[in-house]
Design a protein around this ligand. Structure first.
Ligand code: NAD
Ligand code: IPM
Ligand code: MN
Length: 353
């Protein structure tokens, strides 16, 4: 069966890195049985410009009918003041597709520790996963309002919402080092107190997994002073957003971090953790690796194509090892040059294998 992949290129560097990712996908699947078609849809600021809304109904319908969704990035200074923003479209898409489990792996290959701004002895062996709750918490809680003299948001979690993200974390830990760190602010927040209680309850179903709790402030510190102490971090929407961007310090750039978002049923969505990088958009210097590694996650997690996923990942790491790097990693390669190098690697590996 031909797989339907919906591609949402979005704004800023989005179209540049989406082009890279689709070119690598094409190269990596050539002379394999994997058969797919790509459907490009409007999303984000470019959709606002074209249709007045960041998530047009055709885009949502296409996503609902897709086997997997690739999203590059949305947003930019042009749309921040408007009633309709690209960010609202992104949150609406996550909610509509019930993409509650956002998986953000942060791994630093031994051969690439020199790219980190941190000391090699701190970074060596870094390999953890942030499991971020994505469709609830303060991002979605009601009431919320911005009034003239005050503004407020509501952080709300139900037991069911905490349970299902905990199960994701424990299952992932089972395939790894069997250690879950639940990150909260239970010394202050009611939502975090419930979060901790539910984590303890769910942990009883996974006696082979160790559960520990950390407060988010101290976890933020340990993430960059002792990153190898983590295996699976599970946390609420806002904390996961912040901690995963902080985690990008370890590999040295946001430009290499992919993610996968899963729902209860229905297609998963794959996207870099970073945004549309307006400061470098249109300059052919964005790092394509975050988007290319998102494609690898898609091949593994949506299509069970482990071989193709591994080939794409190896191609990215080999390219970086050879010093073919975009400026965010201190190199001089353009987006297109780095993409071509990854394609050459994918093709090499494909021929040898
Ligand atoms: P950002 O993640 O876009 O950029 C932060 C910094 O990282 C910038 O200096 C940027 O140049 C750099 N960077 C990010 N990706 C890179 C890449 N692939 N290669 C090289 N450098 C890269 O965050 P921001 O500037 O705070 O936000 C810009 C816009 O993106 C905002 O509108 C924001 O809301 C949006 N955003 C969207 C998403 C998404 O689409 N999922 C995620 C985060 C932010
Ligand atoms: C991310 C982004 C989004 C978030 C924004 C753009 C709404 O920062 O995907 O990490 O906060 O979830
Ligand atoms: Mn973010």
């Amino acid at each position: 069966m031909t797989k339907r992949i919906v591609a949402l290129a979005g704004d800023g560097i989005g179209p540049e890195i989406m082009e890279s990712a689709l070119a690598v996908l094409k190269a990596a699947t050539q002379s394999t049985d994997f058969d797919y078609e790509v459907e490009n849809e409007l999303f984000g600021g470019s959709a606002i410009d074209a249709t007045g809304t960041p998530l047009p109904s055709e885009t949502l319908t296409a996503c609902k009918q897709a086997d997997a969704i690739l999203l590059a990035a949305i947003g930019g200074p042009r749309w921040t003041q408007a009633e309709q923003t690209p960010e609202k479209g992104l949150l609406a898409l996550r909610k509509a597709l019930q993409l509650y489990a956002n998986i953000r792996p942060i791994k630093v290959a031994d051969s690439l520790i020199h790219l980190s701004p941190l000391k090699p002895e701190i970074v060596l062996g870094t390999d953890f996963v942030v499991v971020r709750e994505l469709t609830s918490g303060i991002y979605f809680g009601e009431p919320r309002a911005k009034e003239v003299q005050q503004a407020y948001d509501t952080n709300r979690y139900t037991v069911e919402e905490i349970e299902r993200i905990m199960h994701q974390a424990f299952v992932i830990a089972r395939g790894r080092k069997k250690q879950v760190t639940s990150v909260d602010k239970a010394n202050v927040l009611a939502t975090s107190q419930l979060w901790r209680e539910v984590a303890e309850q769910v942990a009883k179903e996974y006696p082979d997994i160790t559960l520990e709790h950390q407060y988010v402030d101290s976890a933020a510190m340990k993430l960059v002073t002792n990153p190898t102490a983590f295996d699976v971090i599970v946390t609420e929407n806002l904390f996961g957003d912040i901690l995963s961007d902080e985690g990008s310090v370890l590999p040295g750039t946001l430009g290499v971090l992919p993610s996968a978002s899963h729902s209860v049923a229905g297609a998963s969505l794959y996207e870099p953790i970073h945004g549309s990088a307006p400061d470098i958009a249109g300059k052919n210097c964005a790092n394509p690796v975050s988007m290319v590694l998102s494609v690898a996650m898609m091949m593994r997690q949506s299509f069970q194509e482990e071989g193709i996923a591994k080939r794409i990942e190896d191609a990215c790491y080999n390219t970086m090892e050879k010093g073919i790097l975009t400026p965010d990693l201190g190199g001089k390669a353009t987006t297109q040059q780095m993409t071509q190098a990854i394609i050459d690697e994918v093709s090499n590996v494909a021929t040898i294998a």
